[in-house]
Design a protein around this ligand. Structure first.
Ligand SMILES: *Cc1c(COP(=O)(O)O)cnc(C)c1O
Length: 836
């Protein structure tokens, strides 16, 4: 993809000489630095601006085409977008990564050093936010008109450090040095109202209407980031809203002399987009969080109505222009907000508005954990969104009438399905609102969708089976293979050509090469080199020496009891005890690598981190271990760190309690990069196993029905403790204070929880897990066999490209089609002026 012709501005040219010229210009005229005074941060910014100019031509061409063609547009509403750094990805998608690396090398610079200067926009907690990021990459690559809508948090997910083996949090000041990838669009600012009360009035046509008199108004200012597809001209938009005060000063208060009070009001408004709540899979319940959700959803829907207007489309056709997807229930207030906009502001009748709303929205559920289902206490909801509560009551009344007709006399069903939980203190149930107001409801893996139908959303499934479908998650191979793993990319492209990058199913072609010893040797070398890089990084950062020939056994993901990082910890201790009992035991050397953040208020998760680091502190220095075991907790797991880690893994730990992990996406990144999985039959692990074959997957543990049955029959973890010698020794060693300098109280909450409650069935799965790990160790000793299995895992990962996922959403939910973009030239720009 080169466009050296001069119909294109030099600022958009992909020619290497032009890149160099732009880079130096930007250093001088954007950064204002002479090369001798510039540092890597300046060079990064100069390069970022160079790339941004190249994106701009594609972005403008895309916007121009979408404006004139008015095709169906996907609006992906998500409270989180865990984008990861932009520069490297944009270089890949523009097709100028190698040229740029050469260009900066000729100036004595190292591209990788410059890439690591970028502060990643960590505007998400984990899987859900990262899914949104993979989806907007795939939408652009598939040339589907799309907008990502979210919040421009000033502080993203906290930066994690370890202090004495405990997690410590630092604020994420990602905007400190500016953000070259965004453009503010203050001209499209919208007003968002909060609080106050409502009143009825009669309009000119004698119709009874409701007017909302808010207590305060906040401005939403869009900040746009171009999202370029891979080797296409499409550059879609990620539009994130920043909150600003409606007036710099409250003049009323100012005149009364309360200057400080007026400024306080301004700060209160701006707090709305100040910080991302760091809770993954658990409810925060905070008023500010509800305000954040409403803030970005209202701003986004108003923005869609603005777009509709400039395209001359009547509001009655809203659903033909927009497919609005709710990424979990965080944006579910959108159902009530669109109703308010259509009924109160655009004066549509209720039934028409409801028809438009249901045809517009789709809802993706992301969890099976009851405590993660969002609900808002009624008094809080009433205080923040009085008009929306009225609308929800009206939706509920009509909805329950429908249920009553279908399920005559079933009062309990009505109570379960009501949008209002009336069991104790009253709550608004956001999942019920999302289900009622959407034409499509989906889970994110086969098992998850089945469990939604049988359990979590059973009542809704019985009412509307046709609304339900599955959309198994996926991840973008551009970031997670091409950018993260250049060695593997080179090997695959040399073997198969480059078609696989846009059509991941082509990786099946690797199967033909499994029997080729030379190919296997090259594959093994790629993995070995990636491992050596990670080992060097760990040694440099953490001062721990690593044997690159050991099994890299990796568990990176949010820290949560249901994900069971502590089960992996129990296994490490079991191996350690074997060495202590038999110092000369022939154990396959392993390096255990953990990473992940704990929600700051989640005590047990923080204690799990402390347990892992405490085990490392003992095992890593015990001379008896003789480098057969190493335990590393890599601080601050993020997209940037993930890009180093996934490509270097041998073994992917996917060990959640069956029935708890909706899908997982980390599991897919590992598989693509040639790691083997040790996993339970949970989430997308099941589909990974189906694709790779049972012989290429290490399966252990209870199945979902077995977990349910054991739970129902009165699970007594103590019985497992008493029955298994290995398990008892492991637990006793922790309880004795051996990993806490003799302090038996430190891990007591964790040990007691396992022995007396064990809600995630670690003890029930322990023996099965350890036996499976022994099998892993024995297979690893046959290096050739391991490599064959690794190649087959990559070769059969095509299903897990987010391109496949997005095509399914487009065909089965959104009714969206690709719109190829023609690049505008200088001549087009000139003639546009002449036509005005
Ligand atoms: C992929 C990813 C996740 C999700 O990992 P799971 O193993 O699916 O929980 C979380 N955080 C980051 C930074 C990721 O890249």
């Amino acid at each position: 993809m080169t466009n050296t012709d001069r119909r294109v501005s030099e600022r958009a040219s992909l020619d290497k000489r032009d890149l160099r010229r732009s880079f130096l210009d930007n250093l001088l005229y954007v950064q204002g630095k002479f090369p001798k005074l510039a540092n890597n941060a300046d060079y990064y910014l100069a390069l970022a601006h160079t790339v941004r100019d190249r994106l701009m031509q594609r972005w403008i061409s895309t916007a121009s085409a979408y404006t004139s063609q008015a095709s169906r547009t996907v609006c992906y509403l998500s409270a989180e977008f865990l984008m990861g750094p932009h520069l490297g990805n944009n270089l890949i998608n523009l097709g100028i990564y190698d040229e740029t690396a050469k260009m900066v090398a000729e100036l004595g610079l190292d591209l990788e050093d410059l890439l690591y200067q970028e502060e990643e926009p960590g505007l998400g907690n984990g899987g859900l936010g990262r899914l949104a990021a993979c989806f907007i990459d795939s939408l652009a690559t598939l040339e589907v008109p799309a907008l990502g809508y979210g919040i421009r948090y000033e502080y993203g997910i906290f930066h994690q450090t370890l202090v004495d083996g405990w997690q410590a949090e630092k604020t994420d000041k990602w905007l400190r040095y500016g953000n070259p990838w965004e453009i503010a669009r203050p001209e499209w600012t919208v007003e968002i109202r909060f609080g106050g009360h409502t009143e009825q009035y009669v309009d000119e046509q004698q119709r009874l209407r409701v007017r909302w008199l808010p207590a305060r108004v906040v401005l939403g200012v869009p900040h746009d980031t171009p999202i370029l597809g891979y080797h296409v001209n499409t550059a879609n938009t990620l539009r994130l809203w920043k909150a600003e005060a409606a007036e710099s000063f409250d003049f009323g208060q100012f005149n009364r002399g309360d200057y400080a009070g007026a400024v306080t009001q301004k700060i209160v408004s701006e707090n709305l987009s100040k910080v991302l709540y760091p809770n993954d899979e658990q409810e925060a319940g905070k008023e500010l969080r509800l305000q954040q959700q409403y803030f970005f959803v209202s701003a986004s829907l108003q923005d869609m109505l603005r777009i509709l207007k400039i395209q001359g489309v009547p509001v009655e056709n809203f659903h033909e222009k927009f497919a609005v997807q709710l990424n979990d229930t965080h944006p579910a207030i959108g159902v009530a907000e669109l109703m308010r906009l259509l009924v109160d502001e655009h004066l549509l009748v209720w039934d028409t508005a409801w028809d438009i709303t249901c045809k517009s929205f789709g809802y993706t559920n992301h969890t099976l954990m009851p405590e993660a289902l969002e609900r808002w206490s009624l008094p809080l909801f009433q205080r923040v969104l009085p008009r929306h509560l009225e609308i929800i009551y009206e939706i509920n009344a009509r909805f329950l009438d429908q249920v009553r007709l279908r399920f005559f006399g079933d009062e309990q069903r009505l109570a379960r399905m009501s949008l209002i939980d009336e069991h104790g203190p009253r709550y608004v149930r956001m999942a019920n609102l999302a289900c009622a107001g959407s034409h499509a409801i989906n889970g994110v893996a086969d098992l998850h969708t089945e469990l939604l139908k049988q359990d979590v959303l059973k009542d809704f499934y019985e009412l509307w089976p046709e609304k339900f479908s599955n959309k198994t998650n996926g991840v973008t191979p551009r970031r997670w293979i091409v950018l993260a793993n250049p060695r593997l990319t080179a090997l695959i492209s040399e073997t198969l050509g480059e078609g696989w990058i846009k059509d991941l199913g082509q990786l099946r072609g690797l199967e033909r090469h499994v029997e080729n010893a030379d190919f296997r040797a090259r594959w093994a070398k790629v993995k070995r080199d990636n491992k050596a890089d990670l080992a060097a990084h760990i040694t440099r950062r953490l001062g721990i020496s690593i044997n690159p020939d050991s099994i890299f056994d990796v568990q990176v993901k949010r820290i949560h009891e249901y994900k069971r990082q502590h089960l992996a910890a129990l296994h490490i201790i079991a191996l350690y005890l074997r060495i202590k009992a038999n110092p000369n035991i022939d154990l396959t050397p392993r390096t255990f690598i953990f990473g992940g953040k704990a929600a700051p208020g989640y005590f047990m998760a923080k204690l799990m981190i402390k347990l892992i680091t405490a085990i490392g502190d003992v095992v890593n220095v015990d001379p008896a271990v003789r480098d057969r075991l190493k335990v590393v907790f890599m601080p601050n797991f993020s997209v940037t760190n993930g890009q180093r880690i996934y490509p270097a893994a041998d073994l992917s730990e996917q060990i959640s309690t069956a029935g708890k992990e909706a899908s997982g996406t980390g599991n897919m990144k590992f598989q693509m990069n040639g790691a083997l999985t040790i996993g339970t039959m949970d989430g997308a692990n099941i589909e990974i196993q189906q694709e790779v074959g049972a012989e290429n997957f290490f399966q252990f543990g209870l199945s979902t029905p077995e977990v349910y049955a054991l739970g129902a029959s009165g699970y007594r973890p103590m019985e497992y403790y008493q029955r298994s010698d290995a398990l008892r020794e492991v637990i006793d060693l922790i309880a004795s204070g051996f990993f806490s300098r003799g302090d038996a109280s430190l891990f007591k909450p964790l040990v007691d929880n396992l022995l007396y409650h064990d809600p995630y069935f670690l003890l029930a799965d322990f023996d099965s897990y350890v036996a499976c790990q022994d099998e892993v160790a024995s297979v690893y000793r046959d290096a050739d066999r391991w490599t064959r299995m690794a190649i087959l895992n990559s070769a059969r990962s095509g299903k897990f490209s987010s391109d496949r996922t997005i095509l399914q959403y487009c065909d089965e939910i959104w009714g969206a089609k690709s719109v190829p973009i023609r690049l505008l030239t200088q001549e087009d720009v000139e003639s546009a002026f002449e036509q005005q």
